[in-house]
Design a protein around this ligand. Structure first.
Ligand code: SF4
Ligand code: SF4
Length: 692
């Protein structure tokens, strides 16, 4: 094949160059000795990190996530194609692709040339008679490696420039400049040495080493010729070699380590948004521990991920708590815990303070954006679990947990009041109807909060208009426990989940419709972890959908029809904007159905998008149990989002989450903004011309 291509291209199969040409035997010996030292430093450094990671708890990955094809796909998409790196910060993403791609190709090229050199030596071939490093392969090799060096150089220069810019959100340590400087010097000395080698050896077809020639031209202009190039070439070769070996020796001791730790983390991490790892009573009895109290209470995978973090600041840029001036920055959490891991026996709050842990809204923005697959949120919830177990959550959020425990809802109100919102609506209870299509999961907010009760009434009237056979659980319903779990009270969550699973398994439930994205996430990701444990039976399974999804389906099927007279009823409506809830859009990817419903109620020109929308939404500040913290309205984490709504000039804010409705209403009222906040179901009901 190669011969055929050589004939087609006319490139002689004898075209090659001598490997380690102009390098005398003493230099070669010293080179090998230095290489051994560099490799010792490399492996010693890696071993040191490995021992730090191994301090963590064991946690086996699920068999599904360890399947070869799953890991292979992750390596291709996440590591080699750098999908997560390219997603945001487009310029930085492109520069990283150049740096990573260039480095990777040069690394492979070096391995190939070593294979050629030592295989040829082992088989007694002369330098002029290589095994494969010749002809067309050689020409392509020279061209590709020259181009890869150029890519690496451009990438490094871009990152150097960015590091010198004071507005960059990257954290800077001196070793970062050293590493980038080393890489730039390595590439430049490599090019100059290559140009000199071409001059010295009169390598055939030198044009394919085009960048090397470019770098060598100034030297040729200064009078360097084939006759006098040898000592200068050898000197440059040595500088290049020392830089390369220095880089290998420093690798595990600098930010370069992220390329190894990050690749392993990306290839093997199970990260699915919205999922938490359960803990069992047996585990607690065995370890005497809930959550993380010391660095060794995190898992080995979590500790490895600390070394993957490059302190790029992408997570911090998106963190609503950081933007609201709280003491939390996900980057600082990760870097702080990395420091604790390195120091060993120091308290965990040297890396993450209690205030920082409680400031998190579990919005998942940091998890979703991290290009290296680091999960700051998992560290935070592990710390919360321990704080709750130690009784360190006081005040209103602690009381909300007690109310959930006592009454099955964070309001602490009796279960027999759960249906007070439905007065006059003739809502069927699950124990009164034998055959039904869906269970409408009302949730605690709609059961007890007067404003949210109107949303439940709107949903029910829409279901009735579409003649859907639905039921509600009424007094049998309990809080899903989602807030309790995210606040760190795992066993309270499990108690509530056990109760709900036991209730649901009594009835032929096939589909649950909920208007709360937090309940939805719990049904999708939390509850299935416990079906077996809570004795739900082998056939127990139901689909959970958001009310916006279900209403869209009803419209698409023609079961819910907006009368022509009602269409465009809001044609002169003032501007409306829609706020995507984190647990609906970012965590569960549901962004289209609410928009479809809004478009039916308003002409296109009356709807304006917020600057952060869809899966890139911004948090209202209520998630992760923050709903139960008593911050002043103006100090709340969602303040930035409220300002965004005001800046949009919208007069109506559509939402699809009871927490968002409450937080945004309070925030807008605190700023005296004349913006009405309404659930999408209420807008749709209005378009149908039915009173709520
Ligand atoms: S955790 Fe991820 S996003 Fe945050 S600073 Fe580290 S690498 Fe960047
Ligand atoms: S989950 Fe959200 S609030 Fe919590 S640290 Fe991450 S970005 Fe910040």
């Amino acid at each position: 094949m190669v011969n055929l291509l050589s004939q087609i291209t006319g490139i002689d199969n004898t075209v090659t160059r001598e490997i380690l040409g102009n390098v005398d035997s003493l230099s070669r010996t010293i080179f090998y000795v230095l290489t051994v030292f560099a490799l010792c430093s490399f492996f010693h450094g890696l071993w040191s990190r490995w021992t730090l990671w191994r301090q963590g708890r064991r946690r086996d990955r699920s068999p599904e996530s360890m399947r070869f094809c799953v890991i292979f796909r992750r390596v291709i998409t996440r590591v080699l194609l750098q999908r997560r790196v390219r997603r945001q910060r487009k310029s930085a993403g492109r520069a990283h692709v150049l740096l990573f791609g260039g480095f990777g190709i040069l690394f492979i090229g070096t391995i190939l040339i070593a294979i050629e050199h030592y295989s040829a030596a082992a088989t007694g071939r002369s330098a002029e008679d290589p095994i494969f490093h010749k002809g067309l392969y050689f020409v392509i090799y020279e061209f590709v490696l020259d181009t890869a060096g150029l890519a690496l150089l451009v990438g490094c220069l871009w990152f150097l420039k960015r590091r010198f810019k004071s507005d960059s959100s990257m954290a800077h340590v001196r070793s970062d400049y050293v590493v980038l400087g080393l890489l730039v010097s390595l590439v430049i000395t490599g090019y100059v040495a290559e140009g000199l080698r071409v001059t010295l050896e009169q390598t055939p077809l030198p044009g394919f080493s085009y960048v090397g020639l470019l770098f060598a031209w100034p030297l040729q202009w200064l009078g360097i010729t084939t006759e006098n190039a040898a000592p200068i070439h050898l000197t440059l070769w040595w500088v290049h070699v020392v830089l390369a070996l220095g880089l290998i020796a420093l690798f595990p001791h600098t930010r370069l380590l992220h390329s190894l730790a990050g690749a392993v983390n990306l290839a093997l991490s199970e990260q699915t948004l919205g999922v938490m790892h359960p803990i069992s009573i047996e585990q607690v009895e065995e370890t005497g521990l809930v959550g993380a109290e010391k660095i060794t209470d995190f898992t080995r995978w979590q500790l490895l991920s600390l070394d993957a973090c490059v302190s790029c600041g992408r997570c911090e840029d998106l963190c609503p708590a950081d933007q609201a001036g709280k003491t939390l920055s996900p980057r600082d959490v990760v870097q702080g815990l990395r420091g604790v891991m390195e120091l060993g026996n120091v308290p965990l709050n040297n890396g993450i303070s209690n205030d920082a842990a409680w400031a998190c809204t579990t919005c998942h923005a940091c998890v979703e954006t991290c290009p290296l697959g680091v999960d700051p949120l998992e560290f935070i919830t592990d710390v919360r679990r321990n704080l709750v177990a130690e009784g360190k959550l006081k005040g209103p959020p602690g009381q909300a947990l007690q109310k959930m425990q006592r009454s099955g809802n964070p309001w602490g109100l009796p279960a027999d009041e759960r249906l007070s919102w439905a007065e006059g609506l003739n809502v069927p209870l699950v124990n009164e109807v034998e055959d039904f299509e869906i269970v409408y999961w009302v949730g605690c907010a709609a059961a007890y909060d007067r404003r949210i009760q109107k949303v439940a009434r709107a949903v029910v009237q829409l279901l009735q208009a579409a003649e859907v056979q639905f039921v509600v659980l009424g007094p049998e319903e309990r809080c899903t426990g989602e807030s309790a779990r995210r606040m760190g009270d795992e066993f309270l969550f499990q108690e509530l989940a056990a109760n709900n699973i036991s209730t649901l398994s009594k009835y032929p439930v096939k589909k649950i419709v909920t208007h709360c994205p937090h309940c939805l996430n719990s049904f999708k990701h939390d509850y299935p972890q416990f079906y077996e444990e809570f004795g739900a039976g082998d056939n127990f399974h139901f689909e959970a959908v958001h009310h916006t999804q279900f209403l869209s389906e009803l419209l698409a099927e023609g079961r819910l029809v907006i009368p022509e007279s009602a269409e465009g009823a809001n044609a002169n409506a003032a501007l409306l904007t829609y706020h995507d809830p984190c647990y609906l859009a970012r965590v569960n990817g549901i962004t289209e159905s609410p928009r479809e419903l809004i478009q039916l109620t308003l002409p296109e020109e009356s709807v304006v998008e917020l600057s952060r929308c869809g899966e890139n939404t911004a948090c209202c500040g209520a998630g992760g149990g923050r709903m139960w913290f008593d911050d002043e309205s103006v100090e709340r984490t969602g303040g930035g989002r409220v300002d965004e709504v005001i800046e949009s000039n919208a007069k109506t804010l559509a939402v699809s989450c009871p927490f968002c409705l409450t937080m945004m209403s309070d925030g807008l009222a605190a700023r005296e903004a004349a913006v009405e906040v309404r659930d999408v179901a209420e807008l749709l009901l209005e378009a149908l011309g039915t009173a709520n």
